[in-house]
Ligand binder design. Sequence first.
Ligand code: PXL
Length: 285
Amino acid sequence: MTAEIPMAKQADRRSQAAATVVALTIAGSDCSAGAGLQADLKTFGALGVFGVTAVTCVVAEVPGKVSRIDAVDAQNVRDQIELLLAHFPIGAIKTGLLFSPEIVETVASVLERSAQEIPLIVDPVMIATSGDALLQPAAIECYRSRLFPRATLVTPNMAEAAALTGWPVGNLAEMRAAGEELTRIFGTRFLLKGGHLDGAQATDLLFAGTAVAEFSAPFVAGVSTHGTGCTYSAAIAARLALGDSLEEAIARAKEFVSRAIREYFSWTNSSGEIHALNHGCSRGR
Ligand code: PXL
């Protein structure tokens, strides 16, 4: 005989299920799971948000080495997003690696038609931490014309901001100039991530209209940070889905990603050490 669930508990479960916040990541798969949609899902889960995914490409890689990338058919990407939007109460969307111009176009066209009101964080992933190219260069133009205008927030790192402006972006003053230029051109908010600045602090600048806000955390040296950009933008999306203002969401996401770096995992293999961000997994025994 199955045990009966007391009515109060059943109601409790129902209201819990009804209240569960959902976030969508549209991103590539990183088989080593420190970056990509795997990092996004772990981040969503750690922040109490149910994550759903639309896979854009499959990357065979480990930290420091990208071996191969295969795109998912753009029509399949479209179907994944449309199905998810039709069936789940999506509270926020983030995009990660979109790989090709066709996929950027497809994502932009679905979001224009079906998800106008949902906050959208665009992480314009171009290059892996290893230096390997991830995005086809022709896709950059599609980002500029189709996806940035629709974004709530775009989160380039310094190399991506340099690629988008054509200007050098190597210090805080250059970050300020590039951020002002990007908000002026695209009329949306940009968070320029200064994780690669030399110094004791990792400082990011939010450009929203004429206002600039600064977010800083102590720089953690000596950790391979594969996946920090993915984790950061996923955490911002999760916190927005939970109802934070943009500045609150960024401040909490910055804390989340700093902790994930500080509490990193490490293994030794025949070619040296391998690191991974800790998205909130406690060590099993
Ligand atoms: O960290 C950037 C990134 C994003 N998305 C995928 C990746 C990587 C880095 O390697 O594999 C799928």
